[in-house]
Write a protein that binds this ligand. Structure first.
Ligand SMILES: [Zn+2]
Length: 148
């Protein structure tokens, strides 16, 4: 596995994140007990699109973020570190994803070793399913589960 460090607790000084306004309940509850995600999102309101805190419930161990934004954070980390999570995946994960995305599953060749077959599946998946496409279809979920 890769040795990437990632936050599971709210970082002490969030740097760029600090431009975002914190929801009132956050101030009341303290940073360690953030109840709702404060990542700014554009939301549809009667007055048009407005920047508002996400407001989804934070999950424990998700660094004070909701599941959605924690995954975004992980994906950012993956991109920054230039890691393709597929490199850590085995057949058990790749095959269901290919099936779900309605891709043809490459057949194993006669005499092909486990390692060679998995490597071929990984390459195939990289070619067939792009990062953006993996997002939002439950694929990203799987990627995060592999990392976490
Ligand atoms: Zn959120």
């Amino acid at each position: 596995m890769h040795n990437i460090e990632y936050n599971t607790e709210i970082p002490p000084a969030a740097g760029a994140q600090d431009e975002e306004e914190e929801a009132p309940e956050v101030a009341a509850a303290g940073r360690d007990h953030r109840l709702t995600c404060t990542v700014t999102e554009q939301k549809e309101t009667p007055d048009g699109l407005q920047d508002e805190p996400c407001g989804r419930v934070c999950k424990e161990g998700f660094a004070g973020l909701c599941e959605l934004h924690y995954k975004e954070y992980l994906v950012q980390l993956i991109n920054v570190n230039n890691i393709d999570p597929i490199d850590t995946m085995n057949e058990d994960y790749i095959l269901p994803v290919l099936l779900r995305e309605k891709k043809e599953v490459p057949a194993r060749q006669i005499g092909e070793s486990d390692a060679d077959y998995i490597e071929r599946l990984r390459q195939y998946m990289k070619n067939e399913i792009h990062l953006q496409q993996r997002d939002g279809r439950g694929v990203l979920q799987g990627m995060c589960e592999v990392i976490l």
